[in-house]
Design a protein around this ligand. Structure first.
Ligand code: ZN
Length: 452
């Protein structure tokens, strides 16, 4: 159907007094109400046209009713669709249907049609627009709400448009989202130089403390790739979900980097090699020694020593053209460090530092994975969880503002959204394009603007 929108705008301009800002300001003020008025008019016209085609079956052959008049057969307990496509108009519902749109709230009068075949009553417009029985907003609006929630400025979105949506309402949008579908496709270890996982606390319903957990991959080019996000889920279950996404089932020469959380000791052990974060190592040792009653002043030299021993820098550049002696140098330093840590463990035991000794012993098993992999393959893989921590800082900053008191599902979904939007922008945009279903079925352009 072709149509034209004819707009008449009145204006009153004080000659010799008005400035540019005021003109722009007033135009900005009518932008949303103007769009809402146009939207309402287009929908009303569409509604008239649909009911015309459905009621005048003598004038319009059946091909004109394609895509129109779908409704559930009256009294069908299985809720099958009726094949009847002829209606009688039965006026309008008492209450117009209200929708939240990006332009603000719109009220649409709802025409009622009665199916001649089954006698069921329905709204041909809502069915043509593919609006469900309970939908109260359109997807552009949902998109904007979520974008502004992630940017933590949703108040500004709501205030300007007299839209009534609370944090609870936003929670419902987030919980009902199918963002999960984006973190399901298979991934290949080939593209990664490391995996990482960690958790952080979130405040949930009634001040209950929950734990948000995330798993990421670091691509060979150093980019963060979100793999999954979970709230109050045991690590074994998290691992199972991630494993199901990874194509390969055999061992690869890439590290799984973590900060020493016991539940992660054997995470993804079938495909990756555990690597303790070299940044967290010395800090963890300080805590372990503190548990043994060692004050910071006394433990400082020990943690400094550890920092020294594990801080093995790997020569950058092409492994193949490295001189044998460079490789030998790393190897010597690695062996020396390992031996010294072993001695230190013994010293700690001798001094009665039980916590410190066992911490260091466990640490030493997995702190040189990075070096061992390099000696074996020449690949320099990440050895700290710093990229993952940056992600958690980004999540934390936003969750603190919006997601306190949220359910597990709400916290999980909003975290996934933040991750994907931040690190997989292309996927994020595609996800919304799909949801909106933009297919070129409606086009509108400005033909001319004249002033009389
Ligand atoms: Zn029917």
């Amino acid at each position: 159907m072709k149509g034209r929108v004819i707009i008449t705008l009145d204006f009153d301009l004080a000659i010799g007094k008005v400035n540019l800002n005021e003109i722009v300001y007033q135009l900005k003020e009518i932008r949303n109400p103007l769009m809402l008025t146009i939207l309402r008019k287009i929908l009303e016209t569409y509604d008239d046209l649909i009911s015309e085609r459905l009621s005048q079956t003598k004038i319009y052959p059946s091909k004109y009713r394609g895509g129109l008049g779908r409704h559930i057969r009256k009294g069908d307990p299985k809720e099958h669709f009726c094949r009847g496509r002829k209606i009688r108009k039965r006026g309008y519902r008492m209450e117009p249907r209200q929708f939240s749109t990006v332009f603000g709230e719109v009220k649409i009068p709802i025409r009622v049609a009665e199916c001649v075949k089954c006698g069921g009553r329905y709204s041909p417009l809502l069915s043509a627009l593919k609006i469900g029985r309970y939908a109260r907003r359109e997807v552009n609006f949902e998109h904007e709400v979520i974008e502004s929630v992630i940017d933590t400025n949703y108040r500004r979105l709501i205030d300007g448009r007299s839209i009534d949506i609370s944090l609870g309402g936003i929670h419902n949008i987030v919980v009902g989202s199918d963002i999960d579908t984006l973190l399901q496709e298979p991934v290949s270890v080939e593209g990664f130089s490391a995996f990482m996982a960690d958790g952080t606390g979130v405040k949930q319903y009634k001040g209950r403390k929950g734990e948000l957990r995330a798993v990421i991959g670091i691509t060979k080019s150093g980019r963060l790739e979100p793999l999954g996000c979970f709230t109050n889920t045991p690590w074994t279950e998290v691992e199972q979900t991630i494993k199901e996404r990874i194509k390969e089932k055999e061992q690869y020469n890439i590290p799984f980097v973590y900060d020493g959380e016991p539940g992660l000791d054997d995470f993804l052990a079938n495909i990756a090699e555990s690597q303790r974060c070299t940044w967290h190592g010395p800090r963890g040792l300080y805590h372990a020694l503190w548990e043994d009653g060692i004050k910071k002043k006394e433990s400082q030299p020990e943690t400094d020593t550890i920092k020294q021993l594990i801080g093995i820098e790997l020569p950058e550049g092409d492994y193949e053209i490295l001189k044998e002696e460079d490789r030998e140098q790393v190897k010597t330093r690695y062996e020396k460090s390992k031996a010294e840590i072993k001695e230190l463990v013994q010293t700690f035991y001798n001094k009665g530092y039980r916590h410190g000794a066992s911490y260091l012993e466990k640490l030493s098993d997995r702190i040189f994975t990075n070096v061992e992999l390099w000696l074996k393959t020449g690949v320099i893989a990440p050895k700290t969880t710093s990229l993952l921590e940056r992600l958690f800082r980004e999540l934390g900053r936003r969750l603190k503002k919006i997601a306190w008191g949220w359910s597990d599902m709400g916290a999980t979904n909003i975290s996934k959204m933040i991750m994907i939007r931040q690190y997989s922008r292309e996927k994020w945009e595609q996800y919304w394009r799909n949801k909106l279903g933009i297919k070129g079925y409606f086009n509108i352009h400005i033909e001319s603007v004249e002033i009389s």
